[in-house]
Design a protein around this ligand. Structure first.
Ligand SMILES: [Zn+2]
Length: 434
C-alpha cells in the first residue's frame, strides 16, 4: 500500500508542473521521427539528455541493427487520374513504370473477405480500408496485408477512414523478398478507386532498403530489491507529420513521471526502468530485439511493463490489459487511493511494445486514450494530422498522473504486483481474436 503523503507529493509535482507541455512541444518539434531519418536522430539525442536530467540517472543506449528503408514517391494511376499515395513502411518498389493489374475492392478486406473472393484475388491489387485504431473489433492493417499476400495478390492499397485528403500510413511486410507493393491513400482516393473495381490500374511505390541501427534508451532508478517495473514508450513515428499523439504524448509522460518519482523509488521494494523503444512502428522491432537478447535472469527481474502509447487527444484513458490474469485487480487497487478508476479493454492489441513483454510472460498493459471513441482526435493516428494541436496539457497531466500511480504501486507491493505468466497463458493473451 502506498503511503498517502507519497501519492500527494507525486501527483502534486505532476499537476503543478509546467514542463510536460514544453517537453511534448519539443518532441513534436523534432518532426515525425521515422526511424532512420534526421528527425528521429534529433529526437533520440534530445530524449537522451532530457531523460538523464529528469531521472537523475545515466542513460544507456542500445543500438539495434535492422533493415532500414527510406520512403520514395508513390502514386496510383486509374481512370485517367493520378492520386498521391504513401508507401507503407518497408514496401518493395514496383517495377519501372509501376505495377499494372486489376483492382479488386474488398471493403474492409478482412482475411474472411479475401478468402471469400477466391481466385479473383490472385494477381490483383486489393483495395482495403483502414480502421479506427483503438476500439472493439478493430482489425489491424497487417492482418489484412498478410492475408492478401498469402492469397497471391499482386499489390495492396489501404484507404484512410477519415475524409480530408489525408493519406494513411503504417508498416506492412518484413522487408524480405516475397512482399507486396503496398501504399496508403486518402479516403477520397479510396472512394474514387472503389468505383473502378474490376478495372486495370497502375500503382507506383518507391523505397530504398539499407542496413542501419536504431537506438533504444534506458534510465533505471534502483529500488530496495533487484526487481524492476518497466515504464515504456516508443520514440519513433512516421514522417507524415509530428507523430504527436502517437507517441510524443507517451514520451512526455515518461519524462514527467520519472521526474516526479525519482526521489520516491529508492525507498520502495523495486526499482523503475524507463525504456524508450525505437523502430516500434516497424512491427515492434526495437523492444523485440531488446527482450530477446536480455539474459533470462534479467528478464526475470522485470515484473511489470506499463506501456504508454497515444495517451492524449481525447479525455480519459483505457487500460488495454489483454486479459492478463490479475491485471484488472492490480489496476483497481493501485488507483483507488486517489479515487481514480480506469476502464479496462481485454482484447489483445499486438500493435505496441507491451505485446513483446507479454510474449515473454511478463505482465504488461498499455494505456491509451480514445478507446472506442472514433470521433476523438485519435482518428488522426498515422495521418499527416497527428499534430501537437490535437493534444492538451491537461490530458498529458492526467495520463502522467495515472501512469505514475501504476508504476509506484508496482514498485511498492511486497510481492510482484501481477503474477508472472506461464507459456500457455502468455500464448493465450497474445492471440488476436477472430
Ligand atoms: Zn504508437
Amino acid at each position: 500500500m502506498l503511503e498517502r503523503a507519497m501519492i500527494e507529493r507525486v501527483l502534486g509535482r505532476i499537476w503543478a508542473g509546467t514542463r510536460i507541455a514544453d517537453d511534448f512541444s519539443a518532441i513534436c518539434a523534432t518532426g515525425g521521427r521515422f526511424s532512420g531519418t534526421e528527425s528521429e536522430r534529433r529526437a533520440v539525442e534530445w530524449l537522451a539528455v532530457r531523460l538523464a536530467e529528469a531521472s537523475g540517472q545515466a542513460v544507456q543506449r542500445e543500438t539495434i541493427p535492422y533493415r532500414g528503408w527510406t520512403r520514395g514517391l508513390s502514386c496510383v494511376r486509374a481512370g485517367g487520374r493520378e492520386w498521391p499515395a504513401t508507401a507503407l513502411g518497408r514496401s518493395p518498389s514496383t517495377p519501372e513504370g509501376g505495377l499494372t493489374a486489376k483492382l479488386l475492392d474488398l471493403g474492409r478486406c478482412t482475411p474472411a473477405q479475401i478468402a471469400a473472393a477466391g481466385a479473383a484475388v490472385r494477381g490483383a491489387i486489393l483495395l482495403a480500408r483502414h480502421e479506427y485504431m483503438l476500439g472493439t473489433g478493430h482489425m489491424h492493417r497487417r492482418r489484412k496485408y498478410e492475408a492478401a499476400r498469402e492469397a497471391g495478390a499482386a499489390g495492396f492499397l489501404i484507404a484512410c477512414h477519415e475524409p480530408g485528403l489525408l493519406p494513411v500510413t503504417g508498416s506492412a511486410g518484413d522487408g524480405m523478398p516475397g512482399n507486396l507493393p503496398c501504399a496508403g491513400i486518402s479516403a477520397e482516393a479510396g472512394a474514387a478507386l472503389a468505383a473502378l473495381s474490376g478495372q486495370t490500374i497502375t500503382m507506383v511505390t518507391n523505397g530504398v532498403f539499407e542496413d542501419r541501427g536504431a537506438d533504444n534508451l534506458f534510465a533505471t532508478i534502483a529500488g530496495q530489491g533487484t526487481e524492476l517495473v518497466v515504464l515504456s514508450a516508443h520514440i519513433d513515428g512516421h514522417d507524415l507529420a509530428q507523430s504527436a499523439i502517437d507517441n510524443a504524448s507517451g514520451l512526455a509522460c515518461v519524462i514527467a513521471i520519472m521526474e516526479a518519482i525519482r526521489d520516491e523509488v529508492p525507498g520502495l521494494a523495486r526499482g523503475v526502468q524507463a525504456a524508450l523503444f525505437n523502430i516500434e512502428e516497424w512491427a515492434l522491432l526495437g523492444s523485440a530485439a531488446h527482450l530477446a537478447q536480455l539474459p533470462e535472469a534479467e528478464r526475470a527481474r522485470r515484473v511489470l511493463n506499463v506501456n504508454l502509447d497515444s495517451l492524449a487527444g481525447a479525455e480519459g484513458l483505457t487500460a488495454l490489459t489483454s486479459g492478463v490474469p490479475g491485471m484488472a485487480a492490480f489496476l483497481r487497487a493501485a488507483l483507488a487511493p486517489a479515487g481514480l478508476h480506469l476502464p479496462v479493454a481485454e482484447p489483445f492489441f499486438g500493435n505496441s511494445d507491451h505485446a513483446n513483454f507479454l510474449r515473454h510472460g511478463i505482465p504488461a498493459l498499455r494505456l491509451a486514450a480514445g478507446y472506442d471513441m472514433p470521433d476523438s482526435n485519435l482518428k488522426y493516428l498515422l495521418t499527416p494530422a497527428d499534430t501537437a494541436d490535437k493534444v492538451t496539457g491537461q490530458q498529458l497531466k492526467y495520463a502522467a498522473g495515472v501512469a505514475a500511480l501504476l508504476v509506484l504501486a508496482g514498485c511498492a507491493s511486497a510481492e510482484p504486483p501481477v503474477p508472472r505468466m506461464d507459456a500457455e497463458t502468455a500464448r493465450r493473451v497474445t492471440t488476436p481474436q477472430a
